[in-house]
Design a protein around this ligand. Structure first.
Ligand SMILES: [Zn+2]
Length: 175
């Protein structure tokens, strides 16, 4: 059996403004309480509520241990003065989730966030880039027997064992 980590996209306010493809099926998004507040203040309340109501977006408080680590790395890199509290929270959350079973991708246009993420081997993608679909491609497979073929159709029965076919996002290219 192959182990598979789902993608989760950590978003900041610029990601919402740039209309990332958050409506796409199976997309998981996460952000922090401070950023949620900032999104509210910047007039993104409706978008936020839609994402929360459809369970696409999770608001997660980063751990103190990760915040401390981000602080340290940012200081070493000389990026600390460029990182606001919400920026640091975003990075800490990304670090937390990368220790769990997720392929984490930060969506941000902020250069300092990208720089710290690179040092921590966390993937990132600029928000201004059109559509986060570009970082992923879908692979269809049977979760029961492991059958894989290019022409399998999502939700149709597996030709080998009859279990409905699942699909998962796989990375298209290293970021
Ligand atoms: Zn099967």
């Amino acid at each position: 059996m192959t182990t598979h980590k789902p993608h989760i996209f950590i978003i900041d306010t610029s990601a919402l403004f740039n209309r990332i493809n958050y409506a796409a099926e199976d997309i998981r998004l996460a952000t922090t309480p401070l950023l949620e507040k900032e999104m509210h203040q910047k007039g993104l309340k409706d978008t936020l509520e839609l994402l929360l109501a459809t369970d696409k977006l999770q608001i997660i408080e980063p751990t103190a241990a990760s915040l401390e680590k981000i602080h340290k790395v940012a200081m070493q890199l000389g990026d600390l003065s460029n990182l606001s509290d919400p920026d640091q929270q975003l990075l800490a959350l990304a670090l937390d989730l990368s220790h769990q079973d997720f392929n984490v991708v930060i969506i941000t246009d902020d250069y300092s966030i990208q720089n710290v993420a690179r040092r921590l081997s966390i993937s990132y993608k600029p928000a201004s880039h059109p559509g986060i679909r570009e970082v992923i491609k879908w692979e269809t497979y049977c979760s029961a027997c492991g059958h894989k073929a290019p022409k399998l159709v999502h939700k149709e029965p597996c030709p080998v064992c009859g279990t409905p076919i699942k699909r998962r996002a796989v990375r298209k290219q290293p970021i």
